[in-house]
Design a protein around this ligand. Sequence first.
Ligand code: IPD
Length: 269
Amino acid sequence: MSTPEELLDLAVRTARAAGRMLVEDRPAAGPDVVQTKSSPTDVVTQMDRAAEKLIIERIRAERPDDAFLGEEGGESAGASGVRWVIDPIDGTVNYLYDLPDWAVSIAAERDGTAVAGAVVLPRRGELFTATLGGGAFLESAAGRRRLHVNADVPLASALVATGFGYSAARRAHQARVLTGVVPHVRDIRRGGSACNDLCALAAGRVDAYYERGVQAWDVAAGALIVTEAGGRVEGLNGAPTSPEFAMAAGPGTFEALHALLAPLDPAHD
Ligand code: IPD
């Protein structure tokens, strides 16, 4: 049976390889959109598909009995108890527009619990990692450092990251929720990559994050990185994170943001 550290090593090598390919092979004129999903702006590029294929092939070559869940359809069962949850490009719209905040996100779950997570931001030269019980770390040109969320940040001083879904009806309600949040916090950030938002929270670059509509592949690695950095990642009223709703923050800030958000009904369209 592999340890979380061994699973993390494979996640890191694979995410780095996919990140290199995504930088080197990105067509100069921009990647082709090959499909739209929930709305005309919810796009899949040829590079999302190529990266997911690379990731699954590489992991399967070393671990043929594992299961997979990938954003671009790569779902398959396995017999080992380990499942890989993959977002080949989180922040696809940023990638499409050649903005730097997009990431390759790979988490390994054992019996349904995330035990290792790697998030690579190739254009920023950053690698975020965590293992269950082993802490969260950021590696970059500046070196390697252990991550700690900001705790007990009063809401009025809190920088809050969020995101929007792709459907117009959902966005209209998300905008209403936002009008209930903005007057009470330092400011809002909409970076365009949920897993990067979570890594930014772990690194103390924002103080909180919330969003309706994120899927398991968007948050599996980032959520482990936040909890290993001392943060809470949950749905409303103690529910687990789900596509209904996800929020994350350090202790103290989490409870205050929850009290602000819950009456705004952020888990419905
Ligand atoms: C999206 C990004 C975005 C979030 C959306 C996600 P994708 O993931 O994480 O920040 O607001 O909800 O769908 O489509 O780029 O993998």
